[in-house]
Ligand binder design. Structure first.
Ligand code: PEP
Ligand code: MG
Length: 835
């Protein structure tokens, strides 16, 4: 067969490959060839062939000639970073081209200013098969002139895996490179396999390629964050994943990607300076430095070493993880506990375990079996297309990783040493990654992922950290250590802010701290309206730690102890004695102030591992709150006994969630009467009910004859009045309890309770909203129970108006048509008061 003649694709100066200012090309890791320093800006086809890859960045093309020789034409060095700026691509992948046909035009001047080098490697990527038999020596040449000839040496060199038998592994390779798997990293990946005896394929989006072919790798078009399915068979298969991961790490550190020093002209402008926007998941302002947090994917061997051993590995790993989770989030820590509770729940999920054990019995390794079981469960949830369940998919993904890391024996899998004032930047963050970090060093969080309601957003909110989600993917190009100004209030992230911006932000942060300190001091006093009407401001708590924080924030009592949060991690129901111990600690923390203990509000969005519910198609309308407690009277009994045993005996009040019926209150009173004598408790303990359903609000006058007090749960009341799921990822953010329909019901509840001489509290989220405080007081609410952090601001809002002003405002609000109109009214009043 005759040699293939390649024509020069550019006019310019020919150079040996060794002179290319790039380690990967110069060391011939991509293959043999030569380079051209171009003198004009048109790249033409060097031979007839088919274009196998034309990346979006348009800085390179690959061509397969009729004899199967594969060529890479790579315009300049590190030009992938320009993301196509200065390039015009004239062809598309898959197209046939003739020798001499223009492929790419590029702006020579522009590239000369912005690229590290214009030297263009022309590479034959299968040097084992195609030998260069003559090549142009250094010197000037014109586009279309003869450049070199290739001789086909046959397929002999292609088989590196003379023994494809042996181990088979399957894994996931995540592309960490901001510019994806472009030529240089592809070369390093191929190079990493040189001495390994294994057949290796990588697959993405239903395309599988031979991982030993750089061109084939490029044709995957893999972008940062893409997860490539890796399969390897052969005697060295076990080493393949680690080798490839090292190659990708090396590519990252070699540069050409955003990890290059920021001074380099190659770093995209936006990564060095500029501003990105996103959606505030939690408000606030922070100055700090970038710390990138990447997702990790431990490798997993497919075959096990015997079922008994693998089962043992899985159980040991689960046990190690269980201990770690409990340590990470002690049960007295509200937000953490609820998230970790979900993970603990999945860890013992019988279906997951059964599926994993089945695979192990079929010869798979513990890691492979666990991963397959979790992914199958995640796929099943995803296929239901229920947004609420999608959040559980995140939990599953998180748990998959944690168990795999525990299997790999990593003690503290995701711990990163953070500098002071770290602003975390990530595509997305798993709760376990966040929880493993030293929270005292985190100043803020930014993610590309849009899951504003995700668990990490909840954790960040609980810590008062500003967080932006849905930030442009350029976020991931910011180098570690870059100075950042995160202004979540305005949905902005400023990269490398100037001295004046830093100064201004510093002043704003200091001013916030001062006004917070002022409010905090004022919050230690009882709350009254401007004309002296006493309004109690209590706290909602879900843990002992929160109880202490509440008192420090000026809480005059606990208006809602969410007891279900205290026991999220329990596989077994806590007995009465243990419950008493916990309640007693909360009561002690409140040091003489009243504590309203709500009976377990299990079901719907609050799953308790020890309270297995029958399957429910619509849990928000199913067994939950008091219905669940009456369905399991043994648990309710223990809980009432526990509350009655707290001392002093007059300190607690009982609050029942989701009450609709008078019989529900009577059933609890009956239990109190039965149990009080046995534990020498207070038989006349106050028993109040939550108003959370339209029925209870409408029937408030009747219920008031049986309940000692009302506490309005505006979270549930609003979801049921407006028929909008409060956990819905798309709709929940628009759910506003200041909707006039909700306010009218609150007004009715207050007037019914007033007629019966019963006090009314609000303990739903609306009580934590300073904009709502005056309206609620004006409607007749006498107690606001807020999250501890909002108590100072809520007290401040109440103190600014007289009772009459509050009533006028409430009366005006009741006449409006929408929550937005109510908010506008409050803002307008506020502006009038401050002008
Ligand atoms: C409410 O529904 O407003 C409430 C306080 O209860 P939870 O948020 O715990 O359901
Ligand atoms: Mg509720």
């Amino acid at each position: 067969m005759s040699d293939l003649v390649l024509r020069s694709p550019l006019s310019g100066w020919a150079l040996p490959l060794e002179d290319v200012p790039d380690e990967v090309f110069a060391a011939k890791m991509m293959g043999d060839g030569l380079a051209i320093d171009p003198l004009d800006g048109t790249l033409i086809a060097p031979c007839d062939g088919t274009l196998t890859a034309v990346p979006e960045s348009a800085h390179a093309v690959t061509i397969r000639a009729a004899n199967e020789a594969e060529l890479l034409l790579h315009v300049g060095i590190d030009t992938v970073n320009l993301k196509g700026a200065g390039f015009t691509v004239l062809v598309r992948a898959g197209q046939s081209v003739r020798a001499g046909e223009p492929l790419i035009r590029f702006d020579l001047d522009r590239l000369a200013r912005s690229a590290r080098s214009l030297i263009t490697p022309i590479i034959v990527t299968q040097p084992e098969r195609f030998r260069i038999v003559d090549r142009h020596e250094t010197g000037r040449l014109r586009a279309g002139e003869r450049l070199m000839s290739l001789r086909d040496m046959g397929d002999a060199a292609a088989s590196v895996t003379d023994d494809p038998a042996g181990t088979a592994i399957a894994g996931i390779l995540v592309v960490p490179l901001p510019h994806g798997l472009h030529a240089r990293p592809a070369a390093l990946v191929v190079q990493s396999l040189r001495n390994l005896r294994a057949e290796v394929t990588l697959s993405l989006r239903n395309r599988s390629v031979n991982a030993r072919s750089p061109v084939a790798l490029l044709s995957l078009g893999a972008r940062q964050g893409d997860r490539l399915d890796l399969r390897a068979t052969g005697p060295d298969a076990n080493q393949v994943q680690a080798a490839m991961e090292r190659a990708l790490e090396r590519a990252l550190s070699l540069g050409g990607d955003a990890r290059l020093p920021l001074a380099s002209s190659m770093v995209p402008r936006v990564a060095a300076s500029g501003e990105l926007s996103g959606t505030a998941a939690t408000a606030g302002l922070a100055l700090g430095q970038a710390v990138r947090v990447a997702r990790r994917e431990p490798s997993v061997a497919e075959s096990g070493q015997g079922a008994r051993l693998e089962l043992q590995h899985l159980d040991d790993a689960r046990e190690r993880l269980r201990r770690r989770l409990v340590r990470l989030a002690p049960p007295d820590d509200g937000a953490r506990a609820s998230i970790v509770g979900a993970h603990l729940e999945f860890l013992d999920d019988p279906e997951l375990l059964e599926s994993a054990r089945k695979s192990i019995a079929e010869g798979k390794s513990a890691g492979f079996a666990w991963r397959a079981a979790v992914r199958e469960a995640a796929r099943a949830l995803e296929s239901l297309e229920d947004d609420h369940l999608a959040a559980r998919v995140d939990d599953l993904r998180d748990l998959e990783l944690q168990v795999l890391e525990a299997l790999a024996g990593t003690a503290e899998p995701t711990a990163i040493q953070l500098p002071e004032r770290a602003i975390l930047i990530a595509r997305d963050l798993l709760p376990s990654q966040f929880l493993a970090l030293d929270a005292s060093r985190i100043a803020g969080v930014c993610t590309v992922s849009r899951a504003a309601t995700s668990h990490v957003a909840i954790l960040a909110g609980a810590l008062g950290l500003p967080m932006l989600t849905g930030v442009d993917a350029e976020l991931l190009e910011i180098a570690d250590g870059t100075s950042l100004l995160l202004d979540a209030d305005r949905g902005r992230l400023k990269i490398a802010p100037g001295p004046r911006e830093i100064d201004d932000a510093g002043k704003r942060i200091a001013e916030r701290a001062r006004s917070l300190a002022r409010l905090l001091t004022a919050a230690t006093f009882d709350c009254r309206t401007a004309d002296g009407e006493r309004i109690e401001v209590f706290a909602n708590v879900g843990s002992i730690a929160e109880a202490a924080a509440a008192v420090a924030s000026g809480a005059e009592g606990c208006g809602l102890l969410r007891t279900e949060f205290l026991f999220l991690d329990r596989a077994e129901a806590p007995d009465a004695r243990e419950q008493t111990r916990q309640y007693q600690q909360v009561v002690d923390a409140f040091a003489g102030r009243p504590v309203v203990v709500r009976t377990l509000d299990a079901g719907s969005d609050k799953a308790l591992p020890f309270l297995a519910m029958p399957p429910q198609d619509n849990p928000a309308l199913g067994l939950r709150g008091i219905r669940a407690s009456l369905w399991r009277p043994d648990l309710l009994r223990a809980q009432i006994a526990a509350i009655l045993a707290v001392r002093p005996a007059d300190r607690c009040r009982i609050l029942l969630p989701m009450v609709n019926e008078i019989e529900e209150i009577q059933a609890v009173r009956q239990l109190v009467a039965e149990i009080a004598t046995g534990v020498r408790g207070n038989a006349r303990i106050a028993v109040g009910i939550m108003i959370e359903t339209p029925a209870s609000a409408i029937n408030a006058a009747r219920l008031a004859l049986h309940a000692d007090f009302f506490s309005i749960g505006t979270n549930d009341l609003t979801q049921y009045v407006l028929a909008v799921d409060r956990t819905h990822p798309l709709l929940a953010a628009g759910l506003d309890a200041l909707h006039p329909a909700v306010l009218r019901l609150i007004a009715e509840v207050c007037s019914a309770a007033g007629a019966a001489g019963r006090p009314v509290a609000v303990c739903g989220g609306l009580a934590s909203d300073p904009a709502a405080a005056a309206i609620l007081v004006g409607l007749g609410v006498g107690e606001l129970s807020a999250v501890p952090a909002m108590i100072p601001a809520v007290k401040d809002a109440v103190r600014r108006r007289t009772l009459l002003q509050c009533r006028d405002l409430a009366a005006e609000a009741l006449e409006l048509d929408s929550a937005a109109a109510v908010r506008a009214l409050v803002a307008e009043h506020q502006a009038r008061m401050t002008s």
